[in-house]
Design a protein around this ligand. Structure first.
Ligand SMILES: [Zn+2]
Length: 53
C-alpha cells in the first residue's frame, strides 16, 4: 500500500475548515450537503460558503 498516495484526497476548498483534513476516508457524508470530519468531529458544507442564492 502506498501511504503517500494523494488519490483519496478531496479538493482544498472541500477540506475540513477546522483542522484542514483532506483525506476522504476521514470526511464522512452525513447527508447531501454536510460532511463530518472524523478527525475533529466538525460538521461542515464542502465547497465553501455559497451566498449567491
Ligand atoms: Zn477536521
Amino acid at each position: 500500500m502506498d501511504a503517500n498516495s494523494n488519490d483519496n484526497f478531496v479538493a482544498p476548498e472541500d477540506a475540513c475548515p477546522n483542522c484542514g483534513e483532506r483525506n476522504a476516508d476521514l470526511l464522512v457524508w452525513l447527508d447531501d450537503e454536510r460532511v463530518e470530519c472524523q478527525r475533529c468531529k466538525t460538521v461542515y458544507e464542502p465547497g465553501g460558503p455559497r451566498d449567491d442564492r
